[in-house]
Ligand binder design. Structure first.
Ligand SMILES: [Zn+2]
Length: 313
């Protein structure tokens, strides 16, 4: 029985887990993500050494990194993890751990996990879109994660929808991520509250500046009409990006992940409605469904461990 490890590198936390082929986690550990590449690399080495105490037979390590990962396993750039700047993740970890190392973008490994073991299981063509601090995306084509010429494919958050829109984390204006990420929902909530259309949000958050996307979600679940109106406008922004992607990739399933999927159909129904109203040839896309992810926050480490498994199989 082969056991591989997955590491998930986010802006705040580093998580690592030892994972069986069916996605079962047999050991896990985590650390706060330190600043600077040398400290981040050493923290990853520590996590794997800790796992090896419990699971000495680890056969390979996969890494999912929030950033642009090239085909050599170098993280070229990351708007959310500033430690990365042409960081040689694969070669540095191989040297220190003497194990096979595979590296990919965090959204790509989450998509791999959902495609093999989660909500896109059995789909040859799927999109896995994570609505979080930013927007991450993975594109499954013919059952494989699309990686592109340099490894940078599916940076779906960073195509421009409104040249006059808000500034994106990457510095450009009006990208889909700036309009439809979880953070964007918070911004829409604050804007509505400031205009007198968010009394329930202010009651939940304490004041206008403290309103976040979570508050819009909570008030929406309670049936507050003003919050539901904000969520509907937000769902339209989400759908606009999904429509563009569906017109290009023609998926049979679109999987939505990230903390907001806890809202269930309160979020997904308006997304579906705006999507079907805009996508080309809606009536002919009979198998297309938009569903919530099933692996939740485990998708990162499980997907990274699957990537490692693919490397050695
Ligand atoms: Zn951007």
């Amino acid at each position: 029985m082969t056991i591989t490890a997955g590491i998930d590198i986010g802006g705040t936390n580093l998580r690592a887990a030892a994972v069986l082929e069916d996605g079962t986690i047999v050991a896990e550990t985590s650390l706060l993500a330190p600043a600077g590449w040398d400290a981040l690399r050493d923290a990853m080495v520590t996590l794997i050494q800790d796992l090896r105490v419990e699971v000495p037979e680890l056969a390979a390590v996969g890494v999912g990194a929030a950033g642009m990962v090239d085909r050599r396993g170098v993280v070229a750039y990351s708007p959310n993890v500033h430690a990365f700047a042409d960081s040689p993740v694969r070669s540095d970890l191989e040297e220190r751990l003497s194990l096979p190392i595979a590296v990919d973008n965090d959204a790509n490994v989450a998509a791999l996990a959902e495609a093999r073991l989660g909500a896109a299981r059995g789909c040859a063509h799927a999109l896995v879109i994570t609505l979080g601090t930013g927007i991450g995306g993975g594109v499954i084509v013919n059952g494989e994660v699309l990686r592109g010429a340099h490894g940078f494919a599916a940076e779906v958050g960073h195509f421009q929808i409104d040249p006059q829109g808000p500034i994106c984390a990457c510095g450009e204006r009006g990208h889909w991520e700036a309009l439809a990420s979880g953070n964007a929902l918070g911004w829409m909530g604050r804007e509505a509250a400031a205009a007198g259309r968010g009394k329930a949000l202010i009651a939940l958050a304490g004041d206008i500046e403290a309103v976040r996307g979570d508050h819009v979600g909570e008030a929406s679940l309670a049936g507050d009409p003003e919050a539901l109106a904000i969520l509907d406008r937000y769902a339209e922004q989400v759908a606009i990006g999904l429509v563009g992607l569906a017109n290009i990739f023609d998926p049979e399933r679109i999987v939505i992940s990230g903390g907001l999927v806890a809202l269930g159909d309160v979020l997904l129904d308006p997304v579906r409605s705006h999507f079907m109203g805009r996508v080309e040839g809606a009536s002919a896309r009979e198998t297309l469904t938009i569903v919530a992810a099933t692996l939740g926050t485990q998708a990162g480490v499980v997907g990274a461990a699957l990537l490692a498994r693919d490397l050695i199989s």
